[in-house]
Design a protein around this ligand. Structure first.
Ligand SMILES: O=C(CO)[C@@H](O)[C@H](O)COP(=O)(O)O
Ligand SMILES: [Fe+2]
Length: 900
């Protein structure tokens, strides 16, 4: 007889203050059994309860009328001496006593009050449980091999054979842990050998993991947090129950079957059903051959573009459903600015209620992941079998100003990336609106060690504009499949935007994965191997040695620097005169330097407006404005024929830069090569920051609007001092309200401003930072009067958790993480003491900006401070700013600064 499907909610996650009622309710909501976790604080590092509590709750739940019947108390004994408690638990009302194999060779004493020199064994214990009138289960922890069970399962004596095997899919001890798919091969093996066996899985089970467990062959499903944490536990229970019947079919199959169990597709379509959901003729051999040939010869890496993929009527319905039922939330990090469908971040995570509103979307998903279409994609790409179960897709919307910067899409088991565009079918997308998928070429570079690494070049060479019902896809290749989504450009006016249908670039982006456990083509360890390989490729594939610019620290003679640190003030007239040529006089008075130093010491950062002397600043401004007036070549190669170089690789950063020594005379060269490296400025800097500088490394940077950015990176080694002088001559960068120091926190006021607590942050109203409110997309696109143009520099707390979506969602620039923020500005210096964990980035500069973002950036290695100001965590750099920090509001404009 094939084992029946059983759902056993684990009451570990129930309300213990109300346990009897919770148990009664759960059975009434459709549960078959109750899974009762008994923990003794020895076998597992947690305590729950003993026989008295089990006895109390027993009175709230009717006893089962048959073996395995409704109301079975499935006691999961995570205790060190299981034999001692058999009788007590029987008395309390336990029906199935499931001990751990790892605890089975323990005392043979028959009660907790007694001791015994003898040891029991799995076989003996099972017999003993049976003799005491209960069903017997045997459980194994993740570290235990399944092979240890053959001895009991193959015992010639029925009394010594267990009625159930429990395969733990988490480390026992706590509810709410992550499901370990790595344990499923044990289930598969058990099912293969024992088609009739009750196989229970426990730990991390819920709607998102049930399929894998059921596919592997489990029929008893324990779920704690997924049931008791659900708004509607009955719904979850029924969902869990939906999975096992399929397994039942597998269990009915001949026991000696050698092939792995067949995959359980969500809504498996026949070949004809699947084909009917695509455009007519798509599956013709000639058409397939054409796409296959095109794919093979495409550059810079293999990709495919298929127009009119889906049946037009179906896709129109999908679009309407999404518009009516899906809400979008603006999300923004260093690498993207998009609107994400909140709960649809992954369709797999949706509950039944939400799914019911999206029938066409589900029909589309089932078609895309049908065997028929997967075979089609496999044929074109030649990348082998693809999973029909891991249906990884999300809906993203790009409105004007949105983009996704360069990355290679490599994560876990992803095999093919795809984008299916759902732009307005009746207002065709125009390439000049942006939003294209752009592919970057890579070059092989030989490193110092002779190793060859692929690195992407800064300019994309293939541009694929969106189009209604067009599918673009490519095989995910570590270190190779670099691509971005071009900014969707702002329209010149509201009227034009309306005419363009809002320029809403809606698309489904998703991935095909390698086959999962239980599916045809699944290879044990393949997923882990792919993950290891991609991690390695990402580390090795882009070693810093090929990055540009390379750090060029100029060391300061040790004797010279420590001597300077003792000096306070500029005794020498000539030194003062030199500094006065470049610095605003305000910043040269001992009083001001003292105040700057105090502020810096307290906050590890400071912003100094009007830093450069007005006369020098005016000269500089004239130069920068003139440069900006000149047309720049589009491609990096031509640009690099001049003085400016292009920072790369683009999955780390892209901007133009100058490093000393610059050939052409200019005030910028003077700043970079005369003033900033001077001994006099170093003395000033050391006084203003109370540090001792060991080296400096200076770079002038120009971030072209519509092109450039840096992504968040940390740095290695000790805390260092970072200087930045904003040299952006245009306005509209969100810096204008900065002098508003009334402490109010009216965030909607400007694109970027300082928060009331003094902590710098970006505007929550439209920057989103992952906290925006979900809105239907039509509402969201209402054009704002103020356009955010980016270009701000952000320091944020590093995140140790490697987010699953890290390749795209590099860093979640949540407000809470932001430690320091500076909008692009003119003549403003920022100084930040930064530790190695602090991430820093310059936000992509929108094409809507009035001009480019210019600055000079300096990195100073400093001597370790003897009496470093430390916070309570003992750290002394940006990276540990707390909420009490106060932003230095700068100095009020001075009379003698005849500012331009
Ligand atoms: O035995 C255990 C934990 O040791 C389980 O029964 C958990 O209680 C299951 O909880 P979820 O992982 O389903 O939340
Ligand atoms: Fe359990």
């Amino acid at each position: 007889m094939a084992p029946k499907a059983i759902v056993a909610p684990s009451i570990l996650s129930a309300d213990f203050a109300n346990l009897g009622e919770e148990c009664r309710k759960t059975i009434a909501q459709g549960a078959d059994w109750l899974h009762v976790d008994i923990m003794d604080g020895h076998f597992v590092p947690n305590l729950t309860f003993g026989p008295p509590v089990v006895g109390m709750i027993r009175s709230h739940v009717d006893k089962p009328t048959e073996n395995y019947g409704k109301g079975t108390f499935d006691c999961h004994m995570m205790i060190a001496e299981p034999k001692k408690w058999v009788k007590n638990f029987k008395k309390a009302g336990c029906d199935l006593y499931c001990f751990h194999y790892e605890a089975a060779n323990s005392s043979a004493a028959e009660s907790p009050e007694t001791t015994s020199e003898l040891r029991t064994s799995p076989r003996e214990l099972i017999r003993y449980i049976h003799d005491n009138g209960m069903l017997a289960g045997i459980a194994i922890k993740p570290a235990t091999k399944v092979d240890v069970l053959w001895d009991v399962l193959d015992s010639p004596h029925a009394k010594e054979r267990p009625d159930m095997v429990l395969v733990m899919t988490v480390e026992p001890g706590f509810g709410g842990q992550k499901f370990m798919a790595s344990e499923l091969p044990k289930v598969q093996e058990l099912r293969k050998r024992y088609p009739d066996l009750n196989i229970e899985v426990d730990g991390g089970l819920g709607p998102g993991t049930i399929d894998q467990a059921a596919d592997a062959g489990a029929n008893v499903i324990v779920a704690g947090s997924a049931v008791f944490g659900a708004k509607d536990p009955a719904e979850v229970i029924s969902l869990l129950r939906e999975a096992p019947p399929d397994m039942k079919r597998k269990a009915d199959a001949p026991a000696d079957r050698k092939t792995p169990v067949k995959k359980r597709s969500k809504n498996a379509l026949t070949d004809d059903e699947a084909k009917a959901r695509f455009r007519k003729g798509l599956f013709d051999n000639k058409v397939l051959s054409k796409y296959t040939a095109e794919y093979a010869s495409s550059t810079p890496y293999k990709h495919s573009v298929i127009s009119d993929l889906v049946d037009d009527g179906l896709l129109r319905k999908v679009r309407s459903e999404i518009k009516a039922n899906v809400s979008f939330t603006p999300k923004e990090t260093d690498i993207y600015k998009i609107h994400q469908s909140g709960d649809l971040a992954n369709l797999d995570g949706l509950d039944n209620e939400a799914l019911a509103k999206l029938p066409s979307l589900l029909a589309l998903r089932d078609a895309l992941y049908s065997q028929t279409f997967r075979d089609y994609v496999s044929h074109i790409t030649g990348c082998g079998p693809l999973s029909g179960r891991k249906t990884d897709m999300a809906i993203n919307v790009y409105t004007p100003g949105c983009y996704l910067l360069c990355h290679d899409d490599v994560i876990g088991s992803r095999k093919v990336s795809y984008i299916l565009y759902l732009t307005d079918p009746d207002t065709p997308w125009q390439p000049e609106w942006g939003g294209a998928l752009r592919l970057f070429p890579t070059v092989d570079r030989e490193g110092k060690d002779g190793e060859v690494a692929k690195t992407p070049l800064p300019d994309p060479v293939k541009v694929i504009p969106p189009a209604w019902n067009q599918l673009s896809f490519f095989a995910v290749q570590p270190g190779e499949s670099f691509h971005d989504v071009e900014e969707v450009y702002h329209a010149a006016s509201k009227k034009e935007l309306e005419k363009n249908g809002g320029r809403i670039r809606m698309a489904i982006s998703g991935w095909f994965h390698i086959p999962q456990i239980g599916e045809d083509g699944w290879v044990e360890g393949a997923e882990e191997k792919a993950a290891r390989k991609s991690g390695l490729m990402q580390l090795q594939g882009n070693p810093d040695q090929h990055d540009r610019p390379q750090a060029r620290p100029v060391e300061i003679e040790k004797s010279e620097s420590s001597q300077e640190s003792d000096e306070i003030g500029f005794e020498d007239e000539a030194d003062l005169e030199f500094l006065l040529k470049y610095l605003s006089p305000t910043y040269l008075t001992p009083d001001t330097i003292e105040r700057v130093a105090e502020h810096f010491e307290e906050n590890f950062s400071i912003t100094l407006p009007d830093i450069l002397h007005p006369k020098f600043a005016a000269k500089l401004r004239k130069y920068v404005e003139a440069e900006e007036g000149k047309a720049l070549p589009e491609d990096s190669e031509t640009i690099e024929k001049g003085a400016w170089k292009v920072a790369r690789p683009p999955h780390k950063h892209r901007y133009l830069y100058l490093q000393p020594t610059v050939s052409e005379e200019s005030p910028l060269k003077e700043l970079l090569e005369v003033f900033l490296p001077s001994r006099q400025f170093r003395v000033w800097l050391q006084m203003a920051t109370r540090t001792v500088v060991k080296s400096h490394d200076l770079t002038a940077r120009r971030f072209r609007h519509g092109k450039d950015y840096t992504l968040a990176t940390g740095h290695e080694g000790d805390a260092r001092l970072e200087l930045n002088i904003g040299l952006t001559p245009t306005d509209g960068w969100g810096d204008e309200v900065e002098d508003d120091s009334d402490g109010s926190d009216d965030e909607a006021e400007a694109p970027a401003r300082k928060g009331a607590n003094g902590k710098a942050k970006a505007n929550g109203s439209s920057n989103g930072k992952g906290k925006g409110k979900g809105k239907a997309i039509d509402k969201e696109i209402e054009p704002k009067d103020e356009i955010e143009v980016g270009g701000h520099e952000v320091y944020m707390a590093g995140d140790d958790d490697s987010n699953e979506d890290a390749a795209i969602y590099k860093s979640s620039a949540e407000d809470d993480n932001i430690l320091f923020f500076q909008a692009a500005a003119w003549n403003k210096m920022t100084l930040v003491l930064r530790d190695s964990q602090t991430l820093r980035f310059v936000k992509y500069v929108s094409r809507a900006a009035k001009g480019d973002r210019w600055d000079v950036s300096g990195v100073y290695e400093i001597e370790e401070q003897d009496e470093a100001p430390e916070d309570e965590n003992g750290t002394s750099a940006v990276g540990v700013l707390d909420d009490s920090e106060e932003e230095f509001q700068g100095f009020s404009p001075d009379e003698d600064s005849d500012s331009d």
